[in-house]
Design a protein around this ligand. Structure first.
Ligand code: SF4
Ligand code: SF4
Length: 102
């Protein structure tokens, strides 16, 4: 990954604001956001439901098509992403704090 590109933390902001070409393709029609394929996770982050269910060649195709692993292109003024980052920082701090009492 290019280090100058901010990391994707799965905040879901991009898919809540715009449905990508893969979403329209799967639905066989133009969709209004938020994308119905956006899949909430137990930890408060989101994943693409199409990617979660895909296997083999389709999975490889989606990873390439959606530029998964390349980073976040919607990081500016993105309060959703900032909230996930704060949560990650808090979790790291609590793990560190717990390790001190071991
Ligand atoms: S807005 Fe950025 S961090 Fe959030 S899901 Fe999209 S690419 Fe990932
Ligand atoms: S959830 Fe998947 S299909 Fe929907 S907009 Fe996001 S990347 Fe595209």
């Amino acid at each position: 990954m290019n280090n100058s590109v901010p990391q994707c933390v799965g905040c879901g902001y991009c898919c809540k604001k715009v449905v990508c070409a893969e979403g329209h393709r799967r639905a066989k029609q133009n969709l209004d956001p938020p994308c119905p394929y956006l899949a909430p996770q137990e930890d408060g982050t989101y994943r693409c439901g199409l990617v979660l269910e895909a296997q083999n060649e389709e999975l490889e195709r989606l990873i390439s098509s959606l530029s998964i692993g390349v980073g976040c292109s919607s990081s500016l003024f993105n309060t959703y992403r900032e909230a996930i980052l704060r949560k990650q920082e808090l979790r790291s701090f609590l793990l560190f704090y717990d390790s001190l009492s071991d």
